[in-house]
Design a protein around this ligand. Structure first.
Ligand SMILES: NC(=O)c1ccc[n+]([C@@H]2O[C@H](COP(=O)([O-])OP(=O)(O)OC[C@H]3O[C@@H](n4cnc5c(N)ncnc54)[C@H](OP(=O)(O)O)[C@@H]3O)[C@@H](O)[C@H]2O)c1
Length: 331
């Protein structure tokens, strides 16, 4: 009998996650019945939403997450042995699934000239998030000024490059000087600043003297209020994430300057979104992003950690900002 390995939620998150929150365990895989498929993980994704959502699950639950897997045994002709798929199988080495319409399993038959790991990054959920979250909500126009936070991360670096394709001026904020350098030199951002060391307001006044038209907000909190305070009339804010408070006690959230009067006076639009809103148009985003990548209009990086046992470490380090581009674990 084949045994699998998985990480379970061993202790509730409190503040920054640490290794005690996770426990590695073995489990027996069921025999394959008709229609069933056995696959083995190749790449596992570590994402901020795991920190935000895992608290909703009971202790002992398998950690949630998406992975790329190879089919190693199959009783379903739709998924032949050796085919590569993307599925929400969580942090586990082997999975037996029966397609039931509820599980969202994507065969990666189109990934011939790009790495399979891209299905977890620029050609997966982060790509769809950047594409629709920015284009549909910010509706950028040529010549406008766009600001992005966590600009060197999985989603942020794509938003900035899409904004450049749309002929905008792009300003990114991120937490390390080497990330700033990558954004300007490789990704074509006009400016990138280290929010940990710069004066945000003064920096914005210098880099965007004519104000900001679009803000793609990945962090929330004080920096977002400061950025919104510099927005132009009819500015658009796409609220994608609030990572600055994911490790914060929900009953003791940090305070940020009130921006409501400014939003009223300047007719600013703020809109939050969950990327699943555009699931029905997913292929449109993937096709366009694939084209831009092949044309060299979008550059992408992945920070790849080796080894199944190191998934929790990769997750913890991503939350600390150690990743450039998408944080992924290669099994
Ligand atoms: N709405 C949706 O459907 C959706 C979908 C995907 C992602 N998201 C959200 O989008 C954001 C980015 O996700 P991602 O997958 O692209 O992750 P990511 O940016 O690749 O990685 C997380 C980054 O967050 C930054 N960070 C960590 N703690 C921070 C803090 N206290 N303040 C400011 N920045 C901090 C770090 O970069 P620095 O070095 O820049 O600090 C870290 O590298 C997250 O908020 C995530 O929850 C939302």
């Amino acid at each position: 009998m084949v045994k699998g390995k998985r990480f379970i939620y061993a202790k509730a998150f409190e503040g920054e996650p640490n290794l005690d929150n996770f426990k590695l365990e073995e489990f027996n895989l069921p025999r394959l019945e008709n229609g069933a498929v056995l696959c083995e993980a190749i790449f596992v994704s570590v994402d901020p939403y795991i920190r935000a959502f895992m608290n909703q699950y009971p202790i002992g639950t398998k950690i949630i997450g998406t992975q790329i897997a190879k089919v190693i045994d199959s009783r379903n002709p739709k998924y032949p042995v050796s085919s590569i798929i993307c599925g929400d199988f969580g942090w586990q080495s082997h999975t037996v699934f029966v397609e039931n319409g509820g599980n969202d399993i994507i065969p990666l038959t189109n990934f011939k000239s790009v790495p399979h790991s891209y299905a977890l990054s620029c050609l997966g959920m982060p790509g769809v998030t950047a594409y629709f979250g920015f284009l549909e909500i910010c509706r950028p126009q040529p010549g406008e000024t766009v600001v992005i936070t966590t600009a060197a991360g999985a989603v942020g670096c794509l938003v900035g490059q899409i904004a450049k394709i749309k002929q905008c001026k792009v300003i990114g904020f991120t937490g390390a000087d080497d990330k700033c350098e990558w954004l300007v030199k490789e990704c074509g951002f006009d400016y990138a600043f280290n929010y940990k060391t710069c004066d945000i307001l003064q920096t914005l006044k210098n880099a965007a003297p004519n104000g900001i038209d679009c803000y793609f907000d990945n962090v929330g909190g004080e920096i977002s209020s400061l950025i919104i305070s510099q927005m132009n009339e009819f500015g658009r804010v796409s609220i994608c994430g609030t990572i600055s408070s994911y490790n914060t006690d929900l009953n003791d959230m940090p305070k940020a300057p009130a921006i409501q009067p400014l939003i009223i006076h300047k007719n600013i639009k703020l809109e939050g979104f969950a990327c699943f809103r555009w699931n029905h148009r997913r292929s449109e985003a993937i096709k366009t992003m694939m084209k831009w990548i092949k044309e060299g209009k979008i550059k992408y990086k992945e920070t790849i950690t080796q080894g199944f046992e190191n998934i929790p470490t990769a997750f913890i380090e991503m939350l600390k900002g150690k990743n450039i581009g998408k944080a992924i674990v290669k099994i």
